[in-house]
Design a protein around this ligand. Structure first.
Ligand code: C5P
Length: 303
């Protein structure tokens, strides 16, 4: 058995509608996930069969960002879940090289978790079925199943009911991740909890955007609404400055990814994206990391 290295792409939400609250505490939503080429790298290395009983189930985890290297990292939880599902106790080492900022609305932790499931499946030759991988992914988080395949997909339910989209054009994205003056505690649940009935939509706009994507049309900015924008701007009013910064930078639109705080725009060529990105860096009054990236295509699975 040798090491396995995987890349774990970020995602953008090309619009996000929350349609209602469910009895189980989650919300039903409709969104388009788009995998993009900002990528973490995950390397799994077998450490041989356990020679002492304390080696059983040993997972040595290291991360380029030491603040994320605790055992509460979703990668470690993904290993534990695969171990308990399969009974595999072999000690392993995992190293994670982060490029996707944490708590950014770009899905980094979810993508790392999905890559862990896929990496263990490959390294341990588990041949887990798509259904089993999907089930394990869902237990780790609502966004995790999308990353088993990546590409573009419409997501419904908690975010786990997926319909893959064939995106016919290539988009380049300018993604800006702002450093907040103070982080939002428990950001995702807090923003879901802050939604009011006025923030709910039926999601017809998202399905209309999906149809445009499949016909090879450009993204329609009017269909990119995100339910979290109102509560997020209410909590962190400084983020509204992105609207002006992107617009003055010549961006065709500015949209929010996930529960934020990352904002993005899309254009059809790299040079234009670079120009807009430089201008956003200059114009945004706060501190932000700006990425230029493109669509990341789906993992092809013929089985
Ligand atoms: O699924 P995940 O663990 O990422 O969700 C974190 C929290 O976000 C949930 O506990 C819930 O409060 C909220 N959530 C929700 N509806 C969803 C997804 C997440 O209310 N569809």
């Amino acid at each position: 058995m040798t090491s396995v290295t995987l890349s774990a792409p970020a995602k953008l939400n090309l619009g996000l509608a929350v349609t209602g609250k469910r009895p189980d505490g989650y919300h039903d939503l409709i969104t388009i996930f788009q995998a993009v080429s900002i990528e973490d790298r995950l390397t799994l290395t077998p450490m041989g069969p356990p020679t002492h009983s304390e080696d059983r189930n040993a997972t040595r985890f290291s991360c380029s960002d030491p603040t994320l290297s605790g055992t509460d990292n979703l990668v470690v939880r993904a290993v534990d879940l695969v171990r308990s599902h399969t009974g595999r106790a072999d000690p392993i080492a995992i190293s994670l090289d982060k490029a996707i900022p944490a708590a950014s609305g770009l899905g980094g932790a979810s993508s790392d978790a999905a890559a862990t499931i896929m990496g263990l499946d490959r390294m341990w030759e588990l041949e887990l079925s798509e259904d089993v991988k999907h089930g394990l992914a869902m237990r780790l988080g609502s966004d995790v199943p999308f990353f088993l395949r990546g590409g573009s997909a419409v997501a419904m339910g908690r975010g786990e009911r997926l319909r893959q989209l064939r995106k016919r054009t290539v988009s380049w994205y300018v993604v800006a991740f702002p450093r907040l003056t103070s982080p939002i505690p428990r950001k995702t649940p807090s923003l879901f909890a802050a939604l009011t009935p006025e923030d709910l939509r039926d999601g017809a706009n998202i399905l209309a955007q999906a149809a445009l994507i499949e016909s090879g049309d450009d993204l329609e900015p009017r269909l990119l609404g995100n339910a979290f924008q109102r509560p997020l701007y209410e909590l962190r009013p400084e983020l509204a400055a992105f609207q002006d910064a992107f617009r003055e930078a010549g961006a065709p639109f500015v949209a929010l990814s996930g529960a934020g705080p990352s904002h993005y725009t899309a254009v059809s060529d790299q040079a234009r994206a670079e120009r807009i990105g430089s201008a956003v860096r200059r114009l945004y009054s706060g501190d932000a990391t700006v990425f230029i990236c493109a669509d990341d295509t789906a993992v092809d699975r013929d089985d």
